[in-house]
Design a protein around this ligand. Structure first.
Ligand SMILES: [Zn+2]
Length: 209
């Protein structure tokens, strides 16, 4: 698997991660930066190298996963070519539509598919399991993304946490991560750009940049 962090490695918000494997490519989130100023054009805050390649026809994206209905995770999805399927929770989609009037990006997403919590689905070579998570946005998900015998988890500290911490064990039982993370799989965790200090505070993580 190949991972490109287009944005979000050194700051919170505006997240966009590309994962590819064996000819399949997905994006996980495509967010509007939190410091976006409404006087700016949307165009100026696109992840430039990604969009340049897409517009040149140099890259095919098989699907875009949206983790939750906060603009810093989905706010640029409407800028993608309409043919690219977007996957999100049904309630997330309802919230995005209900709040579209207040969004700087009012472009609709015509090609949307809904996933269900804990129901595995496939995008090309990737098997994806959405995990319902606690966050300040309703209908938030972490993802377990598997391909070619490797596993990546995307999500907040609840999924990237050190499994043997008490905090994580309790969280894992509550949200049902145990089935997947109970020592059965080796998982590489990525999370949106929280500081290492924050991660340590949340979960007592043994975290390495
Ligand atoms: Zn959020």
């Amino acid at each position: 698997m190949k991972l490109i962090i287009h944005r979000g490695a050194h700051k919170v918000g505006g997240s966009c991660v590309e994962i590819s494997c064996g000819g399949s490519t997905i994006l996980v989130d495509i967010g509007l930066p939190l410091d976006f100023d409404s006087d700016e054009s949307i165009e100026s805050c696109l992840p430039q190298s990604l969009f340049h390649t897409l517009r040149q026809g140099g890259k095919l994206i098989d699907g875009v996963l949206l983790s939750h209905p906060h603009l810093d995770h989905y706010g640029l999805a409407g800028q993608l070519p309409a043919a690219i399927p977007v996957y999100c929770g049904k309630a997330s989609w309802d919230l995005m539509n209900a709040t579209a009037h207040f969004s700087p990006n009012k472009v609709p997403l015509p090609n949307v598919e809904h996933f269900e919590a804990w129901q595995e689905f496939q995008i090309g070579k990737f098997t994806i399991t959405p995990y319902l998570m606690d966050h300040s946005a309703f209908d938030s998900y972490g993802f377990l993304i598997s391909a070619d015998g490797k596993n990546i988890s995307w999500g907040r500290a609840a999924v990237t946490g050190q499994y043997d911490s008490d905090w994580f064990q309790k969280r894992a039982q509550f949200w049902g991560y145990n089935d997947v993370f109970g020592g059965k799989k080796k998982v590489i965790g990525i999370t949106c750009g929280q500081s290492q200090e924050t991660l340590h505070r949340w979960a007592g993580l043994a975290f390495h940049a």
